[in-house]
Design a protein around this ligand. Structure first.
Ligand code: CTP
Length: 321
């Protein structure tokens, strides 16, 4: 038979990889499974997650709860601390950027190379709310990934990885252009998760203020990560360090009635054994470990795929019509 031979080196958790590949082979063929939204299940999941976290509250620390000079212990590196600077304080929202929000349809766009040649841009942009990760570029890839952005995440490491730590005016300019293109959307910066990003967060905050960048900044709460982990744990998914993608899905259940996922494919080959880039826009390789430590993407993927099979969310891993 035409076995899908995906490398098991893709992951920090090889056992999960092997198992998820087997079931991908059985279930992910679009022709076999006709997907249908299970609204009852979506509502049930929303309620379950609400026992652990409330996206409206946990999406960002608010102004009233901290003051400049306060000291924060990083979530992953408990022994290291950072200070709440004046700029960071200034950029904390007064009220939740998701207050009273509810959307019929949301798209969460992961960064897998599976998006290349997908032609999914229009479909992604047809959603009421579009979430993207780590300031991934859109313009050059619009046909495959769309242009709309309502919320975009930015791990501090992105400043280094994609913008050369703003070493000179060219990179600073590039970064500024990217920020300016976000107009009005939410820029979600996990500033309190892992040590090492403090300076980069400061640079970004400084640029936003100096250049009057029109974004709604948000800095996820300290309890978010534990809460997300807790939720998945009670569902027997042991995620040590949730990826941005699964964080976004977990948050989105609160304000999105229907959630469609694109660009989630943590494997180096597609279903036809063609090579797939780790990211659609850069040359990062599988096995790359971020500052936040190793992720278990295949394990998360398996959990998301199960939800897809039950109709709670829709995963697109091929071409769009
Ligand atoms: N993703 C995926 N398959 C890939 C790459 C990414 O499913 N080959 C999903 C993951 O859920 C990931 C999200 O897309 O969290 C965004 O990708 P990326 O920017 O690489 O996010 P992280 O790995 O979380 O960021 P970092 O490496 O900085 O920790």
């Amino acid at each position: 038979s035409n076995r899908v031979g995906l490398s098991i080196n893709d992951s920090s958790s090889p056992a999960a990889t092997v198992r998820s590949h087997e079931s991908i082979k059985l279930h992910m063929k679009p022709a076999i499974v006709k997907w249908r939204h299970n609204e009852t299940l979506s509502m049930k999941i929303r309620k379950q997650i609400l026992h652990f976290l409330d996206a409206e509250r946990d999406i960002s620390v608010l102004k009233g709860t901290l003051k400049p000079g306060d000291i924060i212990h990083y979530i992953f590196d408990r022994d290291s601390t950072m200070n709440i600077s004046k700029n960071l304080y200034e950029l904390l929202p007064r009220t939740s950027p998701l207050k009273n929000k509810n959307f019929k349809t949301c798209a969460i766009v992961g960064n897998s190379g599976i998006l290349l040649n997908s032609g999914c841009g229009k479909e992604i942009d047809s959603h009421d709310f579009v979430i993207r990760c780590n300031l991934a570029p859109v313009e050059e890839y619009a046909r495959d990934v769309g242009m709309k952005t309502h919320l975009v995440t930015m791990n501090p490491s992105v400043v280094q990885r994609a913008f050369e730590d703003l070493v000179n005016d060219t990179w600073k300019d590039k970064f500024l252009q990217r920020l300016k293109s976000l107009n009005e959307s939410i820029l979600w910066i996990p500033a309190f998760m892992a040590k090492g990003g403090e300076e980069r967060v400061e640079w970004v905050n400084d640029l936003i203020i100096k250049h009057h960048i029109n974004v709604h900044t948000a800095y996820p709460s300290l309890r978010l990560l534990h809460a997300v982990r807790g939720y998945w744990l009670t569902n027997k998914v042991h995620i040590k360090r949730p990826t941005t993608g699964i964080l976004m899905y977990t948050l989105a259940t609160r304000f999105c009635n229907r959630i469609d996922l694109y660009g989630f494919w943590p494997f180096s080959r597609d279903l036809h054994q063609n090579p797939v880039k780790y990211h659609y826009y850069d040359s990062l390789k599988y096995g790359y470990t971020s500052q936040a430590g190793p992720h278990a993407m295949p394990l998360e993927f398996k959990a998301l795929k199960n939800l897809h099979l039950q109709g709670a969310l829709k995963l697109t891993v091929g071409k769009c019509e």
